[in-house]
Design a protein around this ligand. Structure first.
Ligand SMILES: [Zn+2]
Ligand SMILES: [Zn+2]
Length: 461
């Protein structure tokens, strides 16, 4: 090694020796913002934390994501970030065990010098289960919580349990969590936009609290209440255990359940009671099968058996506890998926808003989703005329856009052909496509436009 190179190594080693002292006084690019209610069931969510980090720096959370986080991801991760990441299901996956969670937390920890950010994600609450079906597609919230916090001067934030599918009632107020704005009927973006402040709708900016009594109370059955109370109790137990012992491994749960069922039989009855397909239950307990059940399915199974997941993990599957095996009726009935009563006024309002909207018309399926329905069938049944108009308007808009797009394509091709021709270059397909978006010349319309442009300058008959 040359003398200067040796010197560089020496200097670097000296700096490395000093690094531990440097770490004692870290200087982060962003504020060292402490997450709310960490290691409690009211723990803040990671996406909620990112929103709050943006608001604290007086910049839109979206800008924080676009300018500070995404550019610091490595190239592979950066390319994997979809366009329109701010409001999507993809962004919600950051709160769970998604592939992007770790790299994003790495960047955020570097920017804030905080090492506790992994605790804002579901693996550090519910353990190493499959992330499938754990998170909602868009954030939900409790209007009463928002109003209470605002009235008491408490900070507004987005707890992690608002993002979980299995939590449908607020544990504090026992009222349903909602996922669409009562003013504009839209779902909330995961990362808030330019104009939005905490506790405001990310689309129309109206408050999401219950101050104006905008939220029509939904009827919640006693069954549903009992189920949700039990779910919350179990989630508290999981959270407390995770805080004490670290991430919870579920291997023992499946091992003990398999051993018990091998001994006692009765798979079919248990599957039926828990609302699980019998063949799927076999897959749960087959160690060779990589299938991993959802948290909700596991909780339902435990609920009908009146055991907690920890009892199963510890092998406390007393035959009296697995009451389904005995065919007794002691187990509490599982709530069926609530058949939501149709709110005619709200539906009509949303359909008329979609028809009056001067912007890009919404597809009927989007209107239905904003109203909280899985598909548009119920709307079609009750409001056929309005739905027909919404569908027709969206179709006409699509056709109009297609015509505009084709006209633009024709014009661009014509310009490229002419430009090459005036430079004395033959405008071959190969030459022309070099100047246009990749793959464009594969479409028949583009080919036709190229032939037409060649005809115009006399190269084709
Ligand atoms: Zn609440
Ligand atoms: Zn709104």
């Amino acid at each position: 090694m040359s003398e200067p190179a040796q010197m560089i190594v020496q200097i670097r080693n000296t700096w490395h020796a000093l690094l531990p002292q440097e770490r004692a006084l870290p200087r982060s690019r962003l504020y060292d913002l402490a997450p709310y209610e960490i290691e409690t069931p009211w723990c803040e969510s990671l996406t909620g934390y990112i929103n709050r980090l943006g608001w604290t720096h007086h910049i839109p959370p979206r800008a924080l994501v676009a300018q500070e986080i995404v550019p610091r991801l490595d190239e592979r991760q950066r390319l994997a970030v979809p366009v329109g990441v701010f409001g999507t299901k993809w962004a919600m996956s950051l709160n769970g065990a998604g592939v992007a969670t770790k790299p994003w937390i790495g960047v955020l920890s570097h920017l804030t010098s905080r090492e506790d950010l992994p605790l804002l994600t579901l693996p550090f609450w519910v353990g190493d289960l499959s992330p499938r079906w754990q998170l909602r597609e868009t954030p939900a919230w409790c209007p009463c919580c928002i109003s209470d916090w605002r009235a008491n001067g408490q900070p507004l934030y987005q707890p992690l349990h608002w993002m979980m599918r299995v939590v449908t009632l607020c544990p504090q107020h026992q009222t349903p969590l909602i996922d669409h704005c009562p003013h504009c009927q839209k779902c909330q973006l995961v990362f808030a936009s330019r104009k939005t402040q905490p506790g405001e709708c990310t689309s129309c900016g109206h408050g999401l609290g219950n101050d104006m009594n905008m939220h029509s109370p939904q009827q919640v059955s006693d069954e549903h209440h009992t189920w949700q109370e039990w779910v919350w109790r179990i989630l508290q137990e999981l959270q407390a255990t995770c805080s004490r012992t670290g991430m919870i491994p579920w291997e023992a749960f499946f091992r003990h359940l398999a051993a018990y069922l091998r001994e006692q039989k009765g798979h079919s009855r248990l599957a039926r009671a828990a609302g699980i397909d019998r063949t799927v239950l076999y897959r749960w307990i087959d160690p060779a099968d990589t299938y991993s059940p959802t948290l909700e399915a596991i909780l339902k199974l435990c609920y009908v058996c009146q055991v907690t997941p920890f009892q199963v993990m510890n092998g406390q599957l007393d035959p009296r506890q697995l009451i389904v095996q005995k065919g007794t009726e002691l187990c509490p009935p599982l709530p069926h998926r609530q058949n939501r009563r149709l709110d005619r006024e709200r539906c009509l309002e949303a359909l008329h808003a979609a028809l009056d909207d001067k912007n890009e018309p919404l597809a009927l399926s989007h209107v239905a989703q904003q109203l909280g329905y899985e598909d548009a069938r119920q709307l079609m049944y009750h409001f056929p005329e309005e739905c027909k108009l919404v569908v027709q308007r969206a179709r006409e808009y699509r056709q109009q856009r297609k015509v505009q797009r084709l006209a633009q394509v024709r014009e661009n091709i014509q310009q490229v052909v002419l430009s090459l021709h005036t430079q004395g270059i033959y405008p071959s397909l190969h030459k022309v496509q070099f100047f246009l978006p990749r793959g464009l010349m594969k479409s028949p319309e583009a080919r036709e436009a190229w032939h037409a442009a060649l005809r115009d300058i006399g190269f084709e008959p």
